[in-house]
Design a protein around this ligand. Structure first.
Ligand code: ATP
Length: 165
């Protein structure tokens, strides 16, 4: 089967062949078009754009609500939505206990991704209660004491964070 044009596939596990070269070629091409997110099955691969590419505002937040993951381009908000839906028992095939693991080298964007996911989950909960806002507002304080500039990242987290609800 002929391989689809590079960069057109949102989930690389749907390719007939997937090796390291193909993976990198697809990711590089998509990154060049500001498509920083790509699925590899249930995993979302993210490449830090190091600039504002305008994909986290209210328009995107609304777009990725309520299970439209498969019809939309890969996005962090789709992961938040999928976890939230499973947690609420809206996806019966999935366990209600959910965990999002964010990993990557220093400067990859883990901290920013975490903040965006929390923000989106609060949106999904239609929360905006004081407690939820406080969770977000405490970040600058934690970062003021717990972050430092390193060779890899101007705002590197020097402490671990485990969030549970
Ligand atoms: N999605 C994004 N869009 C634009 N810029 C981003 C994004 N994610 C991260 N960045 C930029 O990259 C910088 C480093 O990201 P971040 O601090 O999240 O990395 P990290 O993986 O948490 O690093 P460390 O392990 O050192 O704490 C951020 O300060 C921000 O400038």
């Amino acid at each position: 089967m002929a391989r689809p044009p590079v960069g057109q596939i949102n989930d690389l596990t749907t390719l007939a062949n997937l090796d390291e070269n193909i993976l990198l070629e697809e990711l590089r091409y998509r990154y060049g078009k500001d498509q920083i997110y790509t699925y590899v099955g249930d995993i979302l691969v993210a490449i830090n754009p190091f600039r504002d590419i305008g994909i986290y505002d209210k328009k995107y937040s609304d777009l990725y609500k309520h299970g439209k993951k498969s019809t939309l381009p890969p996005h962090l908000f789709a992961i938040a939505d999928s976890a939230y839906q499973s947690m609420m028992g809206l996806l019966p095939s999935r366990d209600r206990n959910q965990c999002i693991v964010i990993s990557g080298e220093s400067g990859a964007g883990k901290t920013e991704s975490t903040k965006l996911i929390i923000k989106q989950i609060i949106e999904l909960c239609k929360g905006n209660t004081q407690l939820e806002q406080q969770i977000l507002q405490v970040n600058p304080l934690l970062e003021a004491f717990g972050n430092a500039q390193t060779l890899m990242n101007d705002n590197s987290s020097r402490f671990g964070k485990y969030l549970s609800s």
